[in-house]
Unconditional design. Structure first.
Length: 322
Protein backbone atom coordinates (compact mmCIF):
# COMPACT_ATOMS: atom_id res chain seq x y z
CA UNK A 1 0.00 0.00 0.00
CA UNK A 2 3.08 2.25 -0.23
CA UNK A 3 2.59 3.59 3.28
CA UNK A 4 -0.91 4.98 2.66
CA UNK A 5 -3.46 4.77 5.46
CA UNK A 6 -5.97 1.96 5.15
CA UNK A 7 -9.73 2.28 5.24
CA UNK A 8 -9.71 0.58 8.63
CA UNK A 9 -7.27 3.07 10.15
CA UNK A 10 -8.96 5.54 12.49
CA UNK A 11 -8.75 9.07 11.10
CA UNK A 12 -8.18 11.48 14.01
CA UNK A 13 -8.04 14.61 11.87
CA UNK A 14 -11.75 15.62 11.55
CA UNK A 15 -12.33 15.46 15.30
CA UNK A 16 -9.04 17.17 16.13
CA UNK A 17 -9.51 19.93 13.54
CA UNK A 18 -13.05 20.65 14.74
CA UNK A 19 -11.91 20.82 18.36
CA UNK A 20 -9.11 23.23 17.52
CA UNK A 21 -11.45 25.44 15.50
CA UNK A 22 -13.96 25.64 18.35
CA UNK A 23 -11.21 26.47 20.85
CA UNK A 24 -9.78 29.22 18.64
CA UNK A 25 -13.27 30.67 18.10
CA UNK A 26 -13.53 31.28 21.86
CA UNK A 27 -10.98 34.08 21.47
CA UNK A 28 -10.85 34.95 17.78
CA UNK A 29 -13.83 36.43 15.96
CA UNK A 30 -13.65 36.03 12.21
CA UNK A 31 -14.45 33.76 9.27
CA UNK A 32 -14.47 30.07 10.21
CA UNK A 33 -12.86 29.29 6.84
CA UNK A 34 -9.82 31.35 7.83
CA UNK A 35 -9.49 29.50 11.12
CA UNK A 36 -9.70 26.19 9.22
CA UNK A 37 -6.72 27.16 7.01
CA UNK A 38 -4.61 28.00 10.08
CA UNK A 39 -5.59 24.69 11.69
CA UNK A 40 -4.74 22.74 8.53
CA UNK A 41 -1.37 24.51 8.51
CA UNK A 42 -0.66 23.35 12.06
CA UNK A 43 -1.82 19.77 11.49
CA UNK A 44 -0.19 19.53 8.07
CA UNK A 45 3.17 20.99 9.13
CA UNK A 46 2.76 23.95 6.78
CA UNK A 47 4.05 27.27 8.08
CA UNK A 48 1.52 30.10 7.70
CA UNK A 49 1.95 33.70 6.55
CA UNK A 50 -0.79 36.23 7.35
CA UNK A 51 -0.65 39.60 5.62
CA UNK A 52 -3.02 42.33 6.73
CA UNK A 53 -3.30 45.71 8.39
CA UNK A 54 -2.78 45.99 12.16
CA UNK A 55 -5.71 45.39 14.48
CA UNK A 56 -7.73 42.78 12.59
CA UNK A 57 -6.83 39.83 14.83
CA UNK A 58 -3.71 38.22 13.35
CA UNK A 59 -1.96 37.90 16.71
CA UNK A 60 -5.15 36.84 18.48
CA UNK A 61 -5.68 34.02 15.98
CA UNK A 62 -2.09 32.76 16.34
CA UNK A 63 -1.96 32.90 20.14
CA UNK A 64 -5.37 31.24 20.49
CA UNK A 65 -4.28 28.39 18.20
CA UNK A 66 -1.09 27.90 20.22
CA UNK A 67 -3.06 27.71 23.48
CA UNK A 68 -5.58 25.30 21.96
CA UNK A 69 -2.75 23.04 20.80
CA UNK A 70 -0.99 23.26 24.20
CA UNK A 71 2.35 23.84 22.49
CA UNK A 72 5.28 25.76 23.94
CA UNK A 73 4.64 29.24 22.55
CA UNK A 74 7.07 32.01 21.68
CA UNK A 75 6.21 35.41 20.27
CA UNK A 76 8.83 37.54 18.54
CA UNK A 77 7.89 41.18 17.95
CA UNK A 78 10.14 42.36 15.14
CA UNK A 79 11.74 45.79 14.86
CA UNK A 80 14.29 47.16 12.37
CA UNK A 81 17.20 46.95 14.83
CA UNK A 82 16.90 43.22 15.60
CA UNK A 83 19.77 40.86 14.71
CA UNK A 84 19.76 37.13 13.86
CA UNK A 85 21.10 36.34 17.34
CA UNK A 86 17.97 37.87 18.83
CA UNK A 87 16.01 35.12 17.08
CA UNK A 88 18.32 32.11 17.05
CA UNK A 89 20.20 32.63 20.30
CA UNK A 90 23.91 33.16 20.79
CA UNK A 91 26.99 31.98 22.64
CA UNK A 92 27.75 34.19 25.64
CA UNK A 93 30.69 34.16 28.01
CA UNK A 94 29.94 32.66 31.41
CA UNK A 95 32.50 33.99 33.93
CA UNK A 96 31.61 31.27 36.44
CA UNK A 97 32.41 28.32 34.19
CA UNK A 98 34.91 30.39 32.17
CA UNK A 99 33.50 29.18 28.87
CA UNK A 100 30.98 30.19 26.24
CA UNK A 101 27.45 28.98 26.92
CA UNK A 102 24.65 28.90 24.39
CA UNK A 103 21.60 30.95 25.30
CA UNK A 104 18.73 29.76 23.17
CA UNK A 105 16.62 32.28 21.31
CA UNK A 106 12.84 32.56 21.03
CA UNK A 107 12.78 30.43 17.88
CA UNK A 108 13.40 27.40 20.10
CA UNK A 109 9.72 26.66 20.70
CA UNK A 110 7.11 24.38 19.18
CA UNK A 111 4.84 27.24 18.12
CA UNK A 112 6.49 30.51 17.08
CA UNK A 113 4.66 33.72 16.22
CA UNK A 114 6.89 36.00 14.15
CA UNK A 115 4.90 39.21 14.52
CA UNK A 116 5.39 41.87 11.81
CA UNK A 117 8.22 39.90 10.25
CA UNK A 118 8.65 42.39 7.42
CA UNK A 119 9.51 45.19 9.84
CA UNK A 120 12.96 43.68 10.40
CA UNK A 121 15.90 43.65 7.99
CA UNK A 122 16.48 40.89 5.39
CA UNK A 123 19.51 39.78 7.42
CA UNK A 124 17.30 38.95 10.38
CA UNK A 125 14.47 37.59 8.24
CA UNK A 126 16.91 35.03 6.84
CA UNK A 127 17.40 33.58 10.33
CA UNK A 128 14.21 31.59 9.77
CA UNK A 129 15.21 29.91 6.49
CA UNK A 130 16.92 26.85 7.97
CA UNK A 131 14.39 26.57 10.79
CA UNK A 132 11.42 26.56 8.41
CA UNK A 133 12.92 24.16 5.91
CA UNK A 134 14.82 21.70 8.10
CA UNK A 135 13.53 22.16 11.64
CA UNK A 136 16.97 23.11 12.94
CA UNK A 137 19.25 26.10 13.42
CA UNK A 138 23.00 26.57 13.09
CA UNK A 139 24.85 29.02 15.35
CA UNK A 140 28.63 29.40 15.24
CA UNK A 141 28.96 26.22 13.21
CA UNK A 142 26.94 24.02 15.57
CA UNK A 143 23.56 22.65 14.46
CA UNK A 144 20.74 22.31 16.98
CA UNK A 145 17.42 20.56 16.43
CA UNK A 146 14.23 22.49 17.07
CA UNK A 147 11.32 20.93 19.00
CA UNK A 148 9.04 18.48 17.25
CA UNK A 149 6.47 19.58 16.26
CA UNK A 150 7.74 22.94 15.05
CA UNK A 151 5.26 25.43 13.59
CA UNK A 152 5.62 29.07 12.57
CA UNK A 153 2.97 31.70 11.97
CA UNK A 154 4.36 34.96 10.63
CA UNK A 155 2.41 38.18 10.18
CA UNK A 156 3.37 41.02 7.93
CA UNK A 157 2.05 44.49 7.25
CA UNK A 158 1.13 45.51 3.70
CA UNK A 159 4.20 46.50 1.67
CA UNK A 160 2.89 50.05 1.33
CA UNK A 161 3.19 50.61 5.09
CA UNK A 162 6.12 52.66 6.38
CA UNK A 163 9.12 50.83 7.85
CA UNK A 164 8.68 47.52 6.03
CA UNK A 165 11.26 45.34 4.26
CA UNK A 166 9.88 43.03 1.55
CA UNK A 167 10.26 39.34 2.35
CA UNK A 168 12.60 37.76 -0.23
CA UNK A 169 11.15 35.19 -2.61
CA UNK A 170 13.26 32.40 -1.08
CA UNK A 171 11.66 33.00 2.31
CA UNK A 172 8.13 33.37 0.95
CA UNK A 173 8.59 30.02 -0.79
CA UNK A 174 9.10 28.28 2.57
CA UNK A 175 5.66 29.24 3.84
CA UNK A 176 3.17 26.50 3.11
CA UNK A 177 0.01 28.62 3.28
CA UNK A 178 -0.91 32.28 3.27
CA UNK A 179 -4.07 34.31 3.70
CA UNK A 180 -5.45 37.69 4.74
CA UNK A 181 -8.13 38.32 7.33
CA UNK A 182 -9.63 41.56 6.02
CA UNK A 183 -11.99 43.77 7.97
CA UNK A 184 -14.59 41.89 10.02
CA UNK A 185 -18.25 41.89 9.08
CA UNK A 186 -20.62 44.15 11.01
CA UNK A 187 -21.86 41.18 13.04
CA UNK A 188 -18.31 40.04 13.83
CA UNK A 189 -17.29 43.54 14.88
CA UNK A 190 -20.23 43.72 17.28
CA UNK A 191 -19.21 40.33 18.67
CA UNK A 192 -15.64 41.61 19.16
CA UNK A 193 -16.98 44.46 21.29
CA UNK A 194 -19.12 41.99 23.21
CA UNK A 195 -16.11 39.79 23.99
CA UNK A 196 -13.74 42.60 24.93
CA UNK A 197 -14.12 44.68 28.08
CA UNK A 198 -11.96 47.41 29.53
CA UNK A 199 -10.13 45.03 31.86
CA UNK A 200 -9.64 41.90 29.74
CA UNK A 201 -7.60 41.33 26.62
CA UNK A 202 -8.89 38.11 25.07
CA UNK A 203 -11.27 35.35 26.05
CA UNK A 204 -9.58 32.29 27.58
CA UNK A 205 -8.68 29.45 25.23
CA UNK A 206 -8.47 25.96 26.69
CA UNK A 207 -6.12 23.24 25.41
CA UNK A 208 -7.83 20.53 23.37
CA UNK A 209 -4.78 18.49 22.30
CA UNK A 210 -1.03 18.17 22.91
CA UNK A 211 2.28 17.95 21.08
CA UNK A 212 2.18 14.15 20.75
CA UNK A 213 -1.24 14.31 19.09
CA UNK A 214 -0.04 16.97 16.65
CA UNK A 215 2.93 14.78 15.69
CA UNK A 216 0.60 11.79 15.23
CA UNK A 217 -1.74 13.89 13.08
CA UNK A 218 1.14 14.91 10.83
CA UNK A 219 2.23 11.30 10.46
CA UNK A 220 -1.32 10.33 9.48
CA UNK A 221 -1.52 13.12 6.90
CA UNK A 222 1.81 11.98 5.43
CA UNK A 223 0.17 8.64 4.61
CA UNK A 224 -2.97 9.98 2.94
CA UNK A 225 -2.98 8.48 -0.55
CA UNK A 226 -2.32 10.64 -3.62
CA UNK A 227 -3.11 8.86 -6.88
CA UNK A 228 -1.05 9.40 -10.02
CA UNK A 229 -3.93 11.32 -11.58
CA UNK A 230 -4.27 13.65 -8.57
CA UNK A 231 -0.51 14.17 -8.50
CA UNK A 232 -0.49 15.02 -12.21
CA UNK A 233 -3.27 17.55 -11.60
CA UNK A 234 -1.26 19.25 -8.84
CA UNK A 235 1.74 19.51 -11.14
CA UNK A 236 -0.47 20.84 -13.94
CA UNK A 237 -1.78 23.60 -11.66
CA UNK A 238 1.72 24.66 -10.65
CA UNK A 239 3.08 24.54 -14.19
CA UNK A 240 0.11 26.57 -15.42
CA UNK A 241 1.20 29.44 -13.16
CA UNK A 242 4.44 29.58 -15.17
CA UNK A 243 2.55 29.82 -18.46
CA UNK A 244 -0.25 32.23 -17.58
CA UNK A 245 0.08 35.70 -19.21
CA UNK A 246 -1.26 37.16 -15.96
CA UNK A 247 1.71 35.83 -13.95
CA UNK A 248 5.29 37.05 -14.39
CA UNK A 249 6.90 34.69 -11.85
CA UNK A 250 5.26 31.29 -11.47
CA UNK A 251 5.33 28.83 -8.59
CA UNK A 252 8.40 26.69 -7.87
CA UNK A 253 8.60 22.88 -7.61
CA UNK A 254 8.54 23.37 -3.84
CA UNK A 255 5.09 24.87 -4.32
CA UNK A 256 3.87 21.58 -5.79
CA UNK A 257 5.24 19.71 -2.75
CA UNK A 258 3.42 22.05 -0.36
CA UNK A 259 0.22 22.01 -2.41
CA UNK A 260 0.20 18.21 -2.29
CA UNK A 261 0.65 18.31 1.49
CA UNK A 262 -2.11 20.92 1.85
CA UNK A 263 -4.41 18.75 -0.26
CA UNK A 264 -3.61 15.76 1.97
CA UNK A 265 -4.42 17.80 5.08
CA UNK A 266 -7.74 18.92 3.63
CA UNK A 267 -8.64 15.40 2.54
CA UNK A 268 -7.91 14.06 6.03
CA UNK A 269 -9.95 16.86 7.63
CA UNK A 270 -12.84 15.92 5.33
CA UNK A 271 -12.64 12.34 6.61
CA UNK A 272 -10.96 10.77 3.59
CA UNK A 273 -7.76 8.76 3.30
CA UNK A 274 -7.19 9.82 -0.31
CA UNK A 275 -6.82 13.11 -2.17
CA UNK A 276 -9.31 14.35 -4.74
CA UNK A 277 -8.47 17.02 -7.35
CA UNK A 278 -10.96 19.24 -5.54
CA UNK A 279 -8.68 19.20 -2.49
CA UNK A 280 -5.81 20.65 -4.51
CA UNK A 281 -8.12 23.16 -6.19
CA UNK A 282 -9.53 24.32 -2.84
CA UNK A 283 -6.05 24.79 -1.34
CA UNK A 284 -4.38 26.31 -4.41
CA UNK A 285 -5.26 29.88 -3.43
CA UNK A 286 -3.64 29.49 -0.01
CA UNK A 287 -0.63 27.45 -1.13
CA UNK A 288 0.29 29.51 -4.22
CA UNK A 289 -0.74 33.15 -3.68
CA UNK A 290 2.45 34.22 -1.89
CA UNK A 291 4.73 32.44 -4.39
CA UNK A 292 3.76 34.17 -7.62
CA UNK A 293 4.27 37.65 -9.03
CA UNK A 294 1.71 39.21 -11.31
CA UNK A 295 2.55 40.58 -14.74
CA UNK A 296 2.29 44.30 -15.39
CA UNK A 297 -0.63 43.62 -17.73
CA UNK A 298 -2.55 41.86 -14.97
CA UNK A 299 -1.99 44.82 -12.65
CA UNK A 300 -3.21 47.21 -15.34
CA UNK A 301 -6.32 45.06 -15.67
CA UNK A 302 -6.76 45.15 -11.87
CA UNK A 303 -6.37 41.38 -11.55
CA UNK A 304 -5.17 40.39 -8.10
CA UNK A 305 -3.14 37.29 -7.21
CA UNK A 306 -6.07 35.23 -5.97
CA UNK A 307 -8.11 35.94 -9.09
CA UNK A 308 -5.13 34.93 -11.24
CA UNK A 309 -4.90 31.63 -9.35
CA UNK A 310 -8.64 31.14 -9.78
CA UNK A 311 -8.21 31.60 -13.53
CA UNK A 312 -5.42 29.01 -13.49
CA UNK A 313 -7.68 26.51 -11.71
CA UNK A 314 -10.55 27.14 -14.11
CA UNK A 315 -8.36 26.57 -17.14
CA UNK A 316 -6.79 23.35 -15.82
CA UNK A 317 -8.90 20.24 -16.57
CA UNK A 318 -9.52 18.00 -13.57
CA UNK A 319 -9.10 14.23 -13.99
CA UNK A 320 -12.28 12.20 -13.75
CA UNK A 321 -13.14 8.76 -12.47
CA UNK A 322 -11.17 8.96 -9.23
Amino acid sequence: MNGMVSDEATNPIPTLAAALERAVASAFVGPRATVRIAVLGLLGGLHVLIEDIPGVGKTTLASALAKAAALRFSRIQFTPDMLPGDVLGMNVWDPTSREFVFREGPVNASFVLADELNRTSPRTQSAFLEAMQEGQITVDGKTRELPNPFFLIATQNPASFAGTFPLPEAELDRFGLSFSLGYPSKEDEIEILRKKTSNETVSPTHPVTDAASIVAAREYIDRVHVSDAAREYIVALVRKTRESPEIRLGASPRAAVFLQRAARARAAAEGRNFVLPEDAEAMAEYALAHRITLSSQARLNQIDVRRAIGNVCQSTPKPTGL
